[in-house]
Ligand binder design. Structure first.
Ligand SMILES: *Cc1c(COP(=O)(O)O)cnc(C)c1O
Length: 433
């Protein structure tokens, strides 16, 4: 049987394995629902990005894992060990990274509305780069840095005006976006111009991010071109050198059979070529490239294990299979109509001949995980796995209906390791007065 990710297989007992570990064993040991992540695959993906920048861009760049996709101390440690950088978008993500001992100089702080407290926290801890999102923030960062006697590196978030052919909710490069400065109105150029008068800011470069779950290198190439032209404009107007060009993340992964992702080094190759070509054509210096993949590093490495508690047939309409989790641990269907693939871990060697709607246990009719899941015949007590949940699942999980968040287990080299404990009922009320 073909799986959507190569780290999945079926063992001699007919059970699903991830990274060579029997999912049924993990279920027995840790209970359900459970997030399982393949640490070896995560490291492999991180290395692929790192090596691609070495191969195609002489190593003159850095991949920064977008921590919002999966932010835990353990993950931050893995990223640090593999020598990559980290993106954070909130004080909480930054705190997690620093708690894990992540080197501050390799952290890049994003966000369209960072609070004064968050900026103070970041600058106070010598965060490598802050991505300036709006004009007021420029003044604010300068003032905070001045009060601490520091010089802060900044890059500017630009809306390059690229249509990334993806879901509206996750398209961010166009003019009608809450993120960054618009290019075509001249807003971005005048914002960059202001940096020269800010004594406590050091202009490093530009940032853009055109969307997520993109399956095509073309929008990235196009973006690189637009940004290189802007770099030239900045040089001509203000005689400012742009050392860094951060081209964001957004590379697509396979959630269902029909998704056809490109190997991630192809994106790096394409933008590397484009940037070098444009630099030559426009006679500007070749900038250091930064990339910010999130989903493509962790999503394929994860799955969520549930137990089936109820099978409800509505004759002539559909059959619901209800599991012991749902929108609280994976809100992506209810938010975006995201598609997923399911496998019965205890019947992984059987043909998927039936169609079910996999529902969660939350008090919402919309609490569905998969609308039309192909599965073998399902019985109560079966172990249902939703695949490719390594990104934006744990990190988006909530306590809706006062459901404790599941534990996270990493598998590596055939062994398993608990990296996030399951929440308890006590955790749920710990802030209640
Ligand atoms: C979300 C986001 C990313 C990561 O996107 P993926 O689709 O997970 O690769 C990178 N940079 C910025 C600014 C983002 O908002």
């Amino acid at each position: 049987m073909a799986f959507i990710s190569e780290n999945l297989a079926v063992n001699e007992r007919g059970h699903l394995t991830i990274g060579g570990v029997d999912v049924m064993t993990l279920k027995e040991k840790y209970g359900t629902p459970l997030y399982v992540m393949d640490e070896d695959l995560i490291r492999q993906n991180l290395r692929t990005y790192r090596d691609a920048l070495n191969t195609h861009y002489n190593g003159n760049g850095l991949c920064q894992f977008a921590s919002k996709a999966f932010c835990t101390k353990y993950m931050c440690k893995i990223v640090a060990e593999e020598g990559l950088g980290l993106d954070v978008v909130s004080g909480g993500e930054l705190y997690t990274a620093l708690s894990a001992g992540f080197p501050a100089e390799k952290i890049c702080f994003h966000g369209n509305n960072k609070t004064k407290e968050e900026l103070t926290f970041a600058i106070g801890h010598d965060v490598g780069t802050i991505v300036v999102d709006h004009q007021y923030e420029l003044t604010q960062i300068d003032a905070i840095a001045e009060s601490m006697g520091k010089i802060q590196n900044v890059i500017f978030r630009v809306k390059p005006g690229i249509d990334a052919h993806t879901h509206d909710f996750i398209m961010t490069g166009q003019i009608d976006s809450k993120f960054g400065f618009a290019l075509e109105t001249g807003e971005a150029l005048s914002a960059v111009g202001l940096v020269k008068d800010k004594k406590n800011l050091c202009y490093k470069g530009l940032h853009c991010h055109i969307g997520s779950q993109i399956f095509d290198v073309e929008p990235f190439r196009e973006t690189a071109k637009v940004m290189m032209n802007f770099i030239k404009e900045i040089k001509e107007q203000f005689n400012l050198e742009t050392e860094e060009l951060d081209l964001g993340g957004g590379f697509g992964i396979r959630y269902v059979e029909s998704d056809d992702p490109i190997p991630c080094d192809k994106y790096i190759e394409a933008v590397s070529l484009e940037v070098k070509e444009q630099a030559q054509k426009l006679s500007v210096a070749v900038p250091r490239i930064l990339m910010e993949p999130g989903r493509s590093i962790v999503a394929p490495a994860g799955l969520t294990v549930y137990e089936v508690g109820c099978v409800k047939e509505i004759p002539g309409i559909r059959t619901y299979v209800s599991v012991d989790g749902g929108m609280a641990d994976n809100p992506r269907y209810i938010m975006y109509g995201a598609e997923y693939t399911a496998v019965l871990a205890n019947k992984a060697d059987q043909n998927a001949e039936y169609t079910y709607t996999v529902a969660g246990k939350c008090c919402e009719s919309g609490d569905v995980l998969i609308e039309r899941a192909k599965l073998p015949e399902v019985a109560v007590g079966d172990t249902l796995c939703v695949l490719a949940t390594g990104a934006y699942n744990y990190s988006m999980a909530s306590n809706y209906n006062r459901i404790p968040r599941p534990a996270v287990v990493m598998v590596s080299n055939g062994a398993d390791k608990l990296v996030v404990k399951r929440e308890t009922y006590e955790d749920l009320i710990k802030n209640d007065l």
